[in-house]
Structures are given as structure tokens and as C-alpha cells.
Design a binder for this molecule. Structure first.
Ligand SMILES: Cc1ncc(C[n+]2csc(CCOP(=O)(O)OP(=O)(O)O)c2C)c(N)n1
Ligand SMILES: [Mg+2]
Length: 556
């Protein structure tokens, strides 16, 4: 029939997305996005179909973080879109550029069962929402959404009524210039000479300097320059949680600064008199809510320096600059100095100390989560991609200091559990040849356990290591500290290995760490996915939890 030769609006829309050179789309289909998705797939975009819309967006978030670029997800209208309401604020807070193609209810219908006012829902999350109701302008609006997501580093949701998508195309023959041809590509920003002189004076006058790097420093390639600055000042190095591993082989790196700081790091941070924060937004947790370095003043080196962050005054001194260029020029402007804070003895303590040395009594047959992580750190190959999730167990999983930053991902800014499996899928999509390891809690995994099917269907090389304490550990420890009953927080040990096998994955219940070398070797020679259900005691309380609830256990 002749009508087949006339493109529909969804054909043109798919073309506008395809020319954005997006390689992967995370999606779940319905009436309002399926025609578009089929056309996008026909143009060569790899479609990763998931089992819950939340997971489409969360996987796209990890993909964006891993590639430092925009990612794409798609959902249908109404109930498809409302499933995004937890992931969207998480993406907004993590500054992740994701474009979401969402359908909208048909405009021509007086009533539609899936209709809901989508714009205010999305606006409430902090994401941008654009309802596209003029077909001729849609390709430009799509291009502009990619520009906006990148510039504002936040999700942009595009809603297109599906009756409009179905119309014959009546607009221009040519698609607009794609976003990647228009993007400004400025060189790194140097500091102003007066600011630089002031900052150099401040650093020269300090005696116990900690150089703290965030993801901005990673993105700017500032790692070596940060090490050089710390060496010149005789100071120490630390990173935020997402930048973990940037200084992994430096003997003067005290690890993460924030809720997951190891014991020795806490001690040294307390003594610091200057923190030079590079490419770090100085979020609430990075400075322990203002508690971690009580004697220090902070110099922030950043392209967008701030005085306040997340309700706290965080820096009195600022150097507006690209993290790498700023720190290089700062180091060059410093006078040579004979002594600093560093000593061989400090390096030895940093190397030899346990992240947490507190003693706990553990039931026989269950493992200490700290020993589990020590064993994983020792046995998992260095080139496996690591993804950290949420919950009480994340304190322990964070203690893997030998791991490279470029093989680590965590997104924690909204504090939601249940995202780990999606983040692992996003990393697997971004690094398809690599083995990806997700470290998760039992509660978090069970929240989106249906995605095991997605992992198997797409042949993703994901290993999920679950710290199974049979509980919502975070809640258990808070209840216990308050002497409250544990209802709603303790569920008992779910057979996660059995569940994994039911989905067609390998499943192992780990009750002894002696099994680890054999399990690692087995997995290293396979392309399959697996769940290791590691049975841990719920008696080991993380240092963060102990600090937050110093009363400790009041009941049995
Ligand atoms: C979406 C969401 N629901 C509820 C919570 C509250 N919460 C925080 S940690 C946690 C328990 C997580 O349990 P699990 O994944 O088993 O990790 P564990 O704390 O036991 O180590 C819960 C329910 C949350 N942060 N996010
Ligand atoms: Mg748990």
C-alpha cells in the first residue's frame, strides 16, 4: 500500500534519536513507546529490555556515570512513567544526564485509563519535562533535550502522545543538526592569578594538609596532579566515595573521606589543618556532616566553587579552576618546603591497620562481613568491574582499597535501596566484555530481584555477591540501639542461591570463605551470571552506625 511509504512521526522521532549516536536504550514497552522503540532498534540501537521501568532508568544512570556521557531510557505513559519516581530524584542528585523517551496519553481521547498529569510529577523530582505536542517541531525538541541533559547534567523526560506519534509525518525532510555537533567543547579553565596567589599562600601556611579528590578530579584527569600536590605539602590523600581508588597505590592515601572512612583515616582527618578539595561538591556525607575535620579550613578547587552545600557551610576558600589545571598551577606556585606531615610511620599504620578493629561476638556458622570483604579484596581479579549498592553492608563493601577508580561505581545520592542490580546492568551494558560484580544487601536485591531474568536473557556477565544477614540491617541496628522490637526488619535468610537458579543463573550459598578461590576460578572461566549468597552475622555493627547510635545495644 502507498501509505507504507509515508513515514510516521515515530519513524522521524526514532531517526532524531538515532542520529544522537546513542548506542544503548534501556526500556520497557507499552502502547506509547513500542512503535518508537521498534524503529529505533531497526536503526541499530541496542535495546535492553528490563522488567521494571525503575530499572530502565537506574541502569541508564549507571551507563551515563560510567561513560561520563548522556544515556537513554524509555517507558510508556501513565503507569510506566510513574514507576520512575524514585530513580528520577536519584539521577537529579547524582547530576546524571539521561534522556527519557516517555509516551503520553492520546490527545484525541476524552478519557484514557492510563492518563495522568505527567508534567508536575516529573517536575517534583527535579528533572525537566517537555511535552511535545507539535509533530513538526519534535526532532528539534529531541535534539535540544540531549543538549539540555548534558549542559544541566540532569534527566530530561520527553512526553509524546502516542496518537501524535502515529500520524503521517508532515514536517521538514531534513533532521536538525545533532547535539554532539553543537556542543561547546571548551578547554580546561585556568585559575585567576590573584586567586591562585591567595590559595598558594594558604596552602604554604598549612602544616597538616589533606588533598581530597572527588569525581570532578577523576573526570578532569587530576589524579597525578593531586598526588604531586600532596607530596609537595608532605600531606595525605583521600577521596570521596565515588572517587574511591584514585590514589589506591599511594602509601599516603587514607582512603575514603565520609561515612566510610577507615579507623586510621578518621584519626588523621581529625588532625588536619587544611583540606584541599578538588572536583568534589563537598556533599554532606563527604565531610561527615561537618564532623570529620574539625580543625581544618577548606580550600575548594572547582569549576563551580560553593560556600554552602546540602545545608552546610563547606568552604571559606575557593579557587575557580579545572581540577587538574588548578592543582598543577597551585603546586607550581608553592615554595619548596622541607618538612610536612608525612612520615614512614604514618605510611606503615595506613598500610597495616584494619578498617575497623572493634570486636564482636558472632554466632557459629555465620561470617563476619569484614572478613568477607577482606577475602573478596584478596581473591577477586583486579580487572573485574565493581558496583557498590546500599544498606548497612555498604560500609564493609566500601573497604576495598586496592581497587582502581575506573573499575568502581556507586551512586548513593538519594539513599534508596534496590538500585544495585540496575546499576550493575548499566555497567555491564557500558563494558560488555568485562565481568561486573555487584555487592548488595539481601533486602536491596529482593526489591528488584526480577531483573535476574533480564541479566540472563541479555547474557550479562554479572556476579552478585550478597551480604545476606536475613534482615534490613540498617533498621535492625537502629531498633536494637533503641531497645525496640525488630518486627519489620528481620525476615530470616532467604535462599538467594535457589532463587538465582530458578532464574537460570548459577547460585551458591557461601558459608565458608575457604570456598572463595574455587568460586572465583570457576566464574573467571565462564561467561555466565551468578549469585553468591554469603551468610553473615547481623551482630557486626558498622562504625558509622556505632557513631550515630553511641548508646549501643540496650536489649538482649
Ligand atoms: C527505596 C528505599 N526503601 C527503604 C529504605 C530504608 N532502608 C535503608 S537501608 C534498608 C535495609 C537494606 O537491607 P539490605 O539490602 O539487606 O542491607 P543491610 O542493611 O541488611 O546490609 C532499608 C529498608 C531506603 N533507603 N530506600
Ligand atoms: Mg540485609
Amino acid at each position: 500500500m502507498q501509505t507504507e511509504t509515508v513515514p510516521r512521526v515515530y519513524d522521524i522521532l526514532a531517526g532524531a534519536f538515532a542520529q544522537e549516536k546513542i548506542e544503548v536504550c534501556f526500556a520497557l514497552l507499552g502502547d506509547a513507546n513500542m512503535n518508537w522503540a521498534a524503529r529505533l532498534a531497526a536503526r541499530g540501537c541496542r535495546m535492553l529490555y528490563v522488567r521494571h521501568e525503575h530499572c530502565a532508568l537506574a541502569a541508564a544512570m549507571a551507563y551515563a556515570r560510567k561513560n561520563f556521557d548522556v544515556a537513554l531510557a524509555s517507558v510508556t505513559c501513565g503507569p510506566g512513567l510513574t514507576q520512575l519516581i524514585t530513580a528520577l530524584p536519584a539521577a537529579v542528585r547524582a547530576h546524571l544526564p539521561v534522556v527519557v523517551f516517555a509516551g503520553e496519553a492520546p490527545l484525541k481521547a476524552g478519557w484514557y485509563n492510563q492518563g495522568i498529569d505527567q508534567a508536575p510529577l516529573i517536575a517534583a523530582t527535579g528533572a525537566a519535562y517537555h511535552a511535545l505536542h507539535l509533530p513538526e517541531r519534535m526532532p528539534v525538541a529531541v535534539r535540544d533535550a540531549f543538549l539540555q541533559a548534558r549542559r544541566e547534567r540532569r534527566p530530561v523526560v520527553i512526553g509524546v502522545p502516542f496518537d501524535l506519534q502515529d500520524r503521517p509525518w508532515q514536517g521538514a525532510a531534513q533532521l536538525p543538526t545533532p547535539s554532539w555537533q553543537l556542543l561547546p567543547k571548551p578547554g580546561p579553565m585556568p585559575p585567576h592569578p590573584e586567586d591562585l596567589a591567595r590559595a598558594a599562600k594558604l596552602v604554604a601556611g598549612a602544616e597538616r594538609v589533606v588533598v581530597l579528590a572527588g569525581l570532578g578530579a577523576v573526570e578532569a584527569g587530576a589524579g597525578p596532579a593531586c598526588r604531586a600536590l600532596a607530596a609537595r605539602c608532605g600531606g595525605l590523600l583521600a577521596t570521596t566515595l565515588p572517587a574511591r581508588g584514585l590514589f589506591r597505590d599511594d602509601p599516603y592515601c587514607i582512603g575514603i573521606s565520609g561515612s566510610y572512612t577507615p579507623e586510621v583515616g578518621l584519626e588523621y582527618l581529625k588532625e588536619a589543618d587544611l583540606v584541599v578539595a578538588l572536583g568534589a561538591s563537598l556533599a554532606y556525607h563527604a565531610g561527615g556532616g561537618g564532623q570529620l575535620w574539625p580543625k581544618a579550613t577548606t580550600l575548594q578547587v572547582d569549576i563551580d566553587p560553593v560556600a554552602l552545600s546540602q545545608g552546610q557551610e563547606v568552604a571559606r576558600h575557593h579557587l575557580r579552576a579545572d581540577a587538574r589545571l588548578g592543582v598543577e598551577m597551585l603546586t607550581a606556585a608553592l615554595p619548596a618546603r622541607s618538612k610536612g606531615w608525612r612520615s614512614e610511620a604514618m605510611a606503615a599504620r595506613i598500610r597495616d591497620s584494619k578498617p575497623d578493629s572493634h570486636a564482636f561476638e558472632i554466632e557459629p556458622g555465620l561470617l563476619d562481613p569484614r572478613e568477607v570483604v577482606e577475602a573478596l579484596e584478596k581473591h577477586l581479579p583486579q580487572d573485574w568491574e565493581l558496583v557498590n549498592s546500599s544498606g548497612h553492608c555498604s560500609w564493609f563493601f566500601a573497604q576495598m582499597p586496592s581497587r582502581a577508580q575506573e573499575r568502581f561505581l556507586t551512586i548513593r545520592e538519594f539513599g534508596a535501596i534496590g538500585n544495585g542490580i540496575s546499576f550493575a546492568m548499566g555497567v555491564a551494558a557500558a563494558r560488555p566484555r568485562q565481568r561486573v560484580v555487584l555487592f548488595d544487601g539481601d533486602g536491596s536485591l529482593l526489591m528488584h530481584v526480577q531483573e535476574l531474568e533480564t541479566i540472563r536473557r541479555h547474557g550479562m556477565k554479572i556476579l552478585i555477591v550478597v551480604m545476606n544477614d536475613g534482615a534490613y540491617g540498617s533498621e535492625v541496628h537502629k531498633f536494637r540501639a533503641e531497645g525496640m522490637p525488630e518486627d519489620g526488619a528481620v525476615f530470616g535468610y532467604t535462599d538467594l542461591a535457589g532463587i538465582a537458579r530458578g532464574f537460570g543463573l548459577a547460585g551458591e550459598t557461601v558459608r565458608s570463605l575457604d570456598a572463595l578461590p574455587r568460586l572465583v576460578t570457576g566464574l573467571a572461566s565462564s561467561d555466565g551470571a551468578a549469585v553468591w549468597d554469603v551468610r553473615v552475622s547481623d551482630k557486626v555493627v558498622s562504625p558509622t552506625m556505632r557513631r550515630a547510635h553511641p548508646g549501643g545495644k540496650k536489649k538482649g
